[in-house]
Ligand binder design. Structure first.
Ligand SMILES: NC(=O)C1=CN([C@@H]2O[C@H](COP(=O)(O)OP(=O)(O)OC[C@H]3O[C@@H](n4cnc5c(N)ncnc54)[C@H](OP(=O)(O)O)[C@@H]3O)[C@@H](O)[C@H]2O)C=CC1
Ligand SMILES: Cc1cn([C@H]2C[C@H](O)[C@@H](COP(=O)(O)OP(=O)(O)O[C@H]3O[C@@H](C)C(=O)[C@@H](O)[C@H]3O)O2)c(=O)[nH]c1=O
Length: 283
């Protein structure tokens, strides 16, 4: 299968990849946290590629602070676009297949039917824009790439909406949560499994894919499910986006159609409620 390099290994998805790789007994995967391989440090990256001659590279490194990105455009762009481009260039030079992760936030979210890979990406936030630029930079450098756009990632690792809700729900009597943004939560363990399946299959149907759990919900309904499963007694109030002002604008509807990935990999995807339950049991 050859060596796989994982960049951004100490983030949420990176840790989930380690978990699933161990569960599946996969070997030959080198996990590189930022301290060992900054994706903006070309010299270091060149040395890492020369040393390992990887067959695959998984990029989990990203700038993911959606609101902060509105004020830190340059750094968000450096990580999400330039960093992705650095890896894609090196992958092209070494015959490495690149697996990269992108986001539902590349879409404006003005529609009301599930978005497929041919739908127009028109980001409405700096984070979404820089992630789209990263996708485009990759496609300009190499043909051997898989870009998985995912949404609303959570897991038992790092910071995410599930952990925030559990924490706030235990601290406060009442929480106000947006119900007019619809999307699909994704258990990062499931996404990690999908990425590793591409490698295990040595799949060569390169391109952009959408991957989230099945179903759709709002942040409010997601939070209510978290409170129910976590037995957290807090009053949850559904509010509109306008009642919860944030620096970055988020898509109102970013549900993605997963037909393409299910067909290419011959996989089924768990419903978000089923995966949330699994995560809550592990938390
Ligand atoms: N989280 C979510 O809800 C969603 C995430 N995604 C995408 O999924 C991917 C994984 O996200 P997730 O694991 O949740 O994100 P995290 O923020 O948990 O992880 C990102 C990791 O990248 C690291 N990193 C930042 N800059 C660099 C750099 N220059 N070189 C190397 N590493 C760097 C971060 O380190 P440090 O923490 O030290 O900065 C962090 O460990 C990202 O591409 C993200 O855009 C898509 C949809 C939803
Ligand atoms: C904490 C909190 C959030 N919200 C809302 C704000 C926002 O619309 C939504 C989610 O907020 P968060 O800040 O946790 O999540 P956010 O950073 O917007 O999540 C996004 O992250 C990036 C990286 C992605 O790629 C996206 O797919 C998506 O997962 O919940 C409330 O309504 N009430 C609350 O108390």
């Amino acid at each position: 299968m050859g060596t796989t390099l994982v960049f951004g290994a100490s983030g949420q998805l990176g840790q989930c990849l380690q978990h699933v790789a161990q569960e599946r007994g996969l070997t030959g995967i080198v996990f590189l946290p930022e301290e060992q391989a900054d994706i903006l440090d070309l010299g270091k990256l060149q040395a890492v590629f020369a040393e390992h001659q990887p067959a695959y590279c998984i990029n989990c490194a990203a700038y993911t602070a959606v609101d902060k990105a509105e004020d830190e455009v340059a750094i968000a762009r450096r990580v999400n676009r330039d960093g992705a481009e650095n890896l894609a260039r090196l992958c092209a030079q070494h015959g490495t297949t690149l697996l990269h992760v992108s986001t539902d936030f590349v879409f404006a979210g003005t529609g009301n039917v599930p978005l497929d890979e041919t739908d127009l990406a028109e980001p409405i936030s700096i984070y979404g824009l820089t992630k789209l630029e990263g996708e485009q930079a990759i496609a300009a450098c190499t043909e051997r790439y898989f870009i998985l756009r995912t949404s609303w990632l959570y897991s038992e690792y790092a910071n995410n909406f599930v952990k925030t809700m559990l924490k706030l729900g235990r601290e406060r009597d009442e929480l106000r949560i947006i119900w007019d943004q619809a999307g699909t939560p994704t258990y990062a363990i499931d996404l990690a499994g999908c990425l590793l399946t591409i490698i295990e299959q040595q799949n060569q149907e390169y391109g952009i894919y959408h991957y989230s759990n099945e179903g759709l919900t709002s942040w409010y309904d997601f939070a209510v499910a978290i409170f129910e499963l976590g037995k957290v007694e807090v009053r949850a109030l559904p509010i509109r986006t306008a009642e919860y002002p944030t620096k970055a604008t988020r898509p109102a509807y970013s549900v993605m159609d997963k037909s393409k990935v299910k067909k290419a990999l011959n996989i089924s995807i768990p419903h978000w409620r089923e995966s949330l339950q699994t995560c809550m049991e592990r938390l």
